[in-house]
Design a protein around this ligand. Structure first.
Ligand code: WQD
Length: 339
């Protein structure tokens, strides 16, 4: 299939682009490098043995999108491009709604005008908000506590309304739980800008000596060891879920939504211990008060994706940490020192 991947130079987008190429798809990557480095593209090509077509640009540029969809005869779109830092979204709501909501509307309008009707959208378990009943199924109540989460839920609602209005559309939202790890080659991985918001990239930077110590946000949650529990999913499993979703929804009009998680939760301390085993050294950490907005626990019921997509996560926490450490130790400054 001829697939446009927006944000295809990013963490999840790049590894999904690689898998699409390896599966024989033709890929057009669109990225504005707001949260990615050009060096990624050469690494994808090196690993895939062939190059994706690349255009630098922004999904909010409707004219650019229409030209690309036509020129490259695109048949389906995977939409990763967007801003994703929860804390930042609280301080910059307009930027988040412009990038994430307006960007998606711009993309959908261009797809409509060019007759492209298949979309796989990068959504997030954050749309479940403060839901307390675990595991989380796709019919769990949604509700969000920050502009980032609201932007994802808004786009999901746009997709549902569009699918209801026009049966020609095949529209799929994939609700990611906690993506972690790196490509097993050690050549593609997570390269956050500035201080990492998320747990595993922060631990990785402690392990490689870029950060002094991990701050564990709260040890008084109602969880087995008192620290937060999340459903961490290996980024390679996550990418494979995108290919399975694309195969399922292309030619199946309607609205589709799937949780992409392992169905298993791990605590902060379990992740820390697994990472210490992966890097072979103890990692400095200190217990500090809870981070505002955090929930105690969140993990997926992945049954729907297993049943309908024939997909399930295959890699466990140890592999997530080993692959993350291989990436981080070989690329101490991420792509910044890219060769
Ligand atoms: C995981 C656990 C923290 C950092 C967020 C977004 C979600 C998605 C994934 C985009 C929690 C603890 C963390 C640290 C810590 N992003 N922690 N010290 O908050 O579950 O989800 O990222 O789609 O939308 O909400 O992920 O990695 O930030 O936190 O103790 O330095 O690690 O309290 O229990 P989170 P996270």
């Amino acid at each position: 299939m001829r697939v446009l991947v927006t944000g295809g130079a990013g963490y999840i987008g790049s590894i999904t682009t690689l898998q699409l190429l390896q599966a024989g798809h033709e890929v057009l990557v669109l990225d504005n490098f707001s949260n990615a480095k050009p060096a990624v593209l050469a690494r994808i090509a090196q690993l895939a043995g062939r190059e994706p077509v690349f255009r630098e640009g922004d999904v909010r540029d409707g004219a650019l999108l229409r030209g690309l969809l036509k020129e490259q005869r695109i048949e389906a779109v995977m939409h990763f491009a967007g801003l994703k830092a929860v804390g930042e979204s609280v301080h910059k709501p307009l930027e988040y709604f412009d990038n994430n909501v307006q960007g998606s509307l711009s993309l959908l309008a261009a797809m409509r005008d060019e007759g492209v009707r298949t979309l796989v959208f990068s959504s997030s378990a954050t749309v479940y908000g403060l839901a307390e009943t675990m595991p989380l199924r796709e019919d769990a109540p949604t509700g969000t506590t920050n502009p980032y989460g609201r932007s994802k839920l808004m786009v999901e609602q746009v997709l549902q309304d569009l699918a209801a209005a026009d049966p020609a559309w095949s529209l799929c939202a994939l609700r990611y739980f906690n993506p972690v790890g790196a490509h097993a080659s050690g050549r593609l991985g997570e390269d956050p800008q500035g201080i990492p918001n998320n747990l595993m990239p922060f631990i990785a930077q402690v392990a490689v000596g870029r950060r002094a110590a991990l701050q564990v946000f709260g040890r008084d949650y109602a969880t087995p060891d008192g620290t937060g529990v999340r459903d961490y999913i290996h980024v390679e499993d996550l990418a494979a879920g995108h290919l399975a979703a694309l195969a399922h929804v292309h030619g199946r009009p309607g609205w589709h939504v799937f949780n992409l998680g392992t169905g298993r939760g791990h605590s902060v301390l379990e992740v820390l211990r697994a990472y210490e085993a992966a890097c072979g050294k103890p990692l400095a950490h200190e217990f500090v008060p809870r981070r505002g907005g955090d929930v105690a626990q969140s993990w997926a019921d992945p049954t729907r994706a297993q049943t309908l997509l024939g997909w399930q996560a295959t890699l466990g926490l140890d592999a997530m940490c080993v692959d993350s450490w291989r990436w981080q130790s070989r690329n101490p400054e991420g792509y910044g020192d890219a060769a």
